[in-house]
Design a protein around this ligand. Structure first.
Ligand code: ADP
Length: 334
């Protein structure tokens, strides 16, 4: 669906060349929700703005359903842009236009007949559940409602792709959940593919299928959301994920305060139901002290971890640890 190859974006700054996007390649399948996370300044916005050539890439290729965007002339590019909607953190609605007029705007640019425009806008007002606000101005509706209007406007031309640049960052949790629900429905009902930048862990966990982590213009790691949160490959990803979360138990727990071995056990949808700890106690005659635990809903599955202390003979504790790993749990000694 989307294939990005060796994309580079350079800016000239005070006579120096600065690479905001540095040789980035990735692929997104149809129907996927692909997240991009990373520190501020990592190049996320620039990368996403390059995908519809709002920002002109310096080098590289972008394929959307096999069409190479970089080779398109101005007119062809305008036509192709109808396939790519975009929403922003700040909504970017026209303040002087009503909700109806905001959603109708891209269709008016396309010079569609009035009746057709009306029909499509009505459809979208129903989709975002804001029929009653059709004549309101952006100043008269809430932040969550503004973003719903922005989504309807982005979807007006029936694009295949929606780009979201921190689309939920300005919203409270209840409105964020509503917007995520709307995005999920857009994927399901309209066969869309979404690329979204977010710094909100909960958002990334909740909705993304795969995530790319950006740092200094590069994608340093890419994985399914489960794998990324459970077992980041890169130490830098791990620190980054930690920095986004509140203080974790691991930062509070000092293993040296415990006599036994303190371990972190990660489990997922396949291992969450196994009574491994009670087996372990019976089988190896070790004592298990549960220090903390956590379970998260990640996309469609539950993953979590426990931090436990294993007490007993050194040899049996090691055997117990091997056993836990054999059962499919991810084990890390703290
Ligand atoms: P992110 O979205 O990850 O916060 P950005 O893509 O906004 O990062 O920015 C990446 C880097 O590119 C930053 O250092 C930023 O200052 C720089 N940058 C972005 N846009 C421009 C521009 N128009 N001119 C010069 N530098 C820019």
């Amino acid at each position: 669906m989307i294939d990005v190859k060796h994309l580079v974006k350079e800016f000239e700054l005070n006579g120096n060349t600065f690479r905001a996007v540095d040789d980035v390649s990735f692929h997104v399948d149809k129907g996927e929700i692909y997240g991009i996370i990373g520190l501020s300044g990592a190049g996320k916005s620039t990368l996403v703005r390059c995908l519809n050539r709002l920002e002109e890439p310096s080098e590289g290729e972008i394929y959307i359903d096999g069409v190479e965007l970089m080779s398109l002339g101005k007119k062809e590019l305008l036509a192709e842009r109808k396939e790519i909607g975009m929403i922003f953190q700040s909504f970017n609605l026209f303040h002087q236009k009503t909700v109806f007029e905001n959603i109708a705007y891209p269709l008016e640019i396309m010079k569609l007949p009035k009746e057709e425009i009306k029909e499509r806008v009505e459809e979208l007002l129903t989709f975002i559940d804001l029929e009653s606000k059709r004549n309101s101005y952006p100043a008269e509706i809430s932040g969550g409602q503004k973003q719903r209007v922005a989504i309807a406007r982005a979807l007006a031309t029936k694009p295949k792709i929606l780009l979201s640049d921190e689309g939920t960052s300005a919203l409270d949790p209840a409105n964020t959940e509503q917007i995520l629900e709307l995005l999920r429905r857009a994927v399901k009902d309209f066969d869309m593919t979404i690329i979204m930048i977010t710094h909100q862990m909960e958002v990334a966990k909740d909705i993304c299928d795969r995530i790319a982590v950006m740092e200094n213009g590069k994608i340093i790691e890419e994985n399914t959301v489960e794998a990324l949160f459970q077992a980041p490959k890169q130490q830098r990803t791990r620190s980054f994920i930690k920095s986004l979360q509140d203080t974790t138990e691991e930062e509070i727990i000092n293993p040296e305060d415990f006599k036994g071995k303190v371990i972190r056990l990660g489990y997922d949808k396949d291992t969450v139901h196994l009574p491994v700890l009670s087996h372990c106690i019976r089988k190896f005659n070790v004592d298990v002290n549960l220090i903390s635990g956590n379970i998260n809903k990640v996309s469609s599955s539950n993953i979590g971890y426990m931090i436990v202390e294993l007490q007993g003979e050194k040899q049996t504790v090691y055997q117990a640890m091997d056993y836990l790993e054999e059962q499919g749990l991810r084990l890390e000694v703290l």
